[in-house]
Design a protein around this ligand. Structure first.
Ligand code: C5P
Length: 232
């Protein structure tokens, strides 16, 4: 599986998204559609970006009873998304059901990856509010191992956790990592960040980059810089 840079298209409309992508010229970068854009623009956004030649990570983080997740995954998978995701907290039963749902009639399926603990959750909150009596790295590792046992392809995690995940789950278990910033750029609200080059050294398989590209005056050059540092 080759390394890739995924642009987080955190826009609130189809028009904004397409006008951003038009700035990329002939390039067809891998894109991520999150909740905001999906809820605003609907399933047609996925079909349209696929038709334009993009690969699509549909980041909707499903978490419900296994039957419901299975049926929802069947719908999302048929939109043509290349990566789908869910919360590992839904347990292995839910992840196995999701995997079954994601299988298309022609036998193909998107990659299915899990969110372990959100990076916005601190160890203190996790222990006090969620009553999880373990450290954050222990929890992240255990959830990733559950995802692996359920047959999933990888997890979303910080680039700083990519090594930990690969040693617990194997080098072929994908790490898809947000929290990427250029050495000379703004951090925005991200705290634990890595440059594309460092994410590569740490073993990330895919980096997810939003504002450093979407808010850049020259998004094509910013994306090309990410590709140069992370992939080439
Ligand atoms: O703009 P920025 O590069 O910070 O965007 C990162 C993207 O990755 C956003 O879409 C954000 O929601 C997502 N993400 C994240 N941290 C996580 C999971 C997802 O930043 N732990």
């Amino acid at each position: 599986m080759g390394k890739n840079v995924i642009i987080a298209c955190d826009f609130s409309s189809r028009e904004e998204t397409l006008s951003f992508l038009d700035k990329m010229g002939k390039a067809r970068p891998y894109v991520k559609i999150g909740m905001e854009l999906f809820y605003a623009a609907g399933p047609d956004m996925v079909r349209e970006l696929k038709d334009r030649g993009h690969q699509v990570f549909l980041d909707l983080k499903l978490h419900d009873i296994p039957h419901t997740v299975q049926r929802a995954m069947a719908v999302l998978s048929r939109l043509g998304a290349d990566i789908l995701n869910l919360h590992a907290a839904g347990t292995r039963d839910m992840m196995e059901a999701a995997l079954e749902g994601a299988l298309r009639p022609d036998g193909s399926r998107p990659l299915l990856i899990a969110v372990t603990q959100l990076t916005s959750t601190s160890e203190e909150r996790m222990q006090k509010e969620l009553l999880i009596d373990a450290t954050l790295p222990e929890t992240v590792t255990a959830y990733a191992q559950n995802a692996r046992l359920a047959g999933l392809d990888g997890v979303v995690c910080s680039p700083l956790e990519a090594g930990l995940i690969h040693s617990a789950c194997g080098s072929d278990f994908l790490t898809v990592t947000p929290g990427v910033r250029f050495a000379d750029g703004s951090l925005d609200d991200q705290v634990r960040v890595a440059t594309p080059e460092r994410a590569k050294t740490l073993g990330s398989d895919y980096i997810v980059v939003g504002r450093p590209i979407t808010q850049s005056a020259d998004p094509l050059s910013a994306w090309q810089r990410c590709v140069r540092e992370f992939v080439d």
